[in-house]
Every structure is written in C-alpha cells, then in structure tokens.
Design a protein. Structure first.
Length: 180
C-alpha cells in the first residue's frame, strides 16, 4: 500500500478517535452527541468489535480497549479492501502480497466471527461464559470469580489465523504458478 494510502488511513482514524473521545464526555449538547456519532462513523467498521470487546471486558477502562481494537480492525479491513481491489485490477503479482492479503482476509473473517460471538447474550449469570472462536480466549461471569483472559486460547486463536492464512497463501501461490 502506498504512503498516501496509509497517511489517509491515519488521518481518518485520528479524526474519528478524537471525535469519538470528545463525544464520550457527559453533556446533553447536540454538538457533543453529533461528534460522538461522526467519530464512530469514521471508525466504522472497527467500532463494532471495539464496542463489543469493551462491553465484555467491563473491568478495564473502555478507552484502553475500544480505540486500539477499532483501529486494528480498520487497518485489517483497509489492507483487505486494498488487496481485493488490486486483485480485481490484476496488479497483485508478488508472493508476499498474496500472503499479506491472505492473512488480512483471514484475520478479517475471524474478527467478524468473534465480534458476532461477543455480541450474543449470556444464558446464565452464575457461570463462566466463554468468548472466542474457535478457542475460548476470555471468560466472563461467575459469582466466585475466576473469569478473565485465557492466554492459551488467545495464542491458539492467533496460531489458527496464521496457519489458515499460510494455507490460503500457499494455495493461491500454487494456482498462480499453475496458470502462468
């Protein structure tokens, strides 16, 4: 991706983060509510997983969770859309570009699935409720405590994303070598 593309991304995300943070101040002003809405729209679609994760991780300040998750998800979406555009135009020829796009697309699919998984409602209030697909990386709930981040599940999810991306990239490279 070009420097101008990344500069555009950084400007959009910075403005969205500033407006969304300003809009979280307690005020009944239409300007404050409007800036929050505009900030969320600029941070879209990463705002959805950011909101889902910050609602599930209630013991951590939402600003520490929402903005990094939203910007990271938007970066993955940005790279995936750019790569798909280059594929459609026939400009994606290098092996590293194929693997990068395979990784970004795999991360995007896993991000969407885990966001939907985070947004489901809990079925009980006294049990540890698992979050994460395909492996549980966070548990919430339980009257006795014991919930929190499951590091083994998080590492297993990351390894799954990398493995699937490598398989997709190798398959794509095989098809490209076969057709040329």
């Amino acid at each position: 991706m070009s420097k101008l593309g990344w500069l555009t991304f950084v400007i959009i995300q910075s403005i969205g983060s500033i407006l969304a943070a300003y809009g979280t101040t307690y005020s009944a002003s239409a300007i404050v509510h409007g800036s929050w809405l505009l900030g969320l729209l600029l941070l879209f679609p990463g705002a959805l997983p950011g909101l889902a994760v910050s609602q599930a991780l209630i013991h951590i300040r939402p600003a520490y969770i929402f903005f990094p998750v939203a910007v990271a998800c938007n970066a993955i979406t940005w790279v995936t859309c750019y790569g798909v555009w280059r594929v459609l135009r026939g400009n994606l020829t290098r092996t590293t570009q194929r693997y990068t796009l395979a990784f970004a697309a795999t991360a995007l699919v896993f991000g969407v699935l885990n966001t939907l998984h985070f947004l489901r409602s809990a079925t009980c209030s006294d049990c540890l409720y698992p979050y994460g697909l395909p492996f549980t990386f966070y548990r919430n709930g339980g009257y006795t405590g014991g919930g929190g981040l499951v590091l083994r599940g998080l590492l297993a999810d990351m390894a799954t994303v990398v493995a699937i991306a490598l398989l997709l990239g190798a398959f794509w490279q095989h098809l490209a070598a076969k057709s040329s």
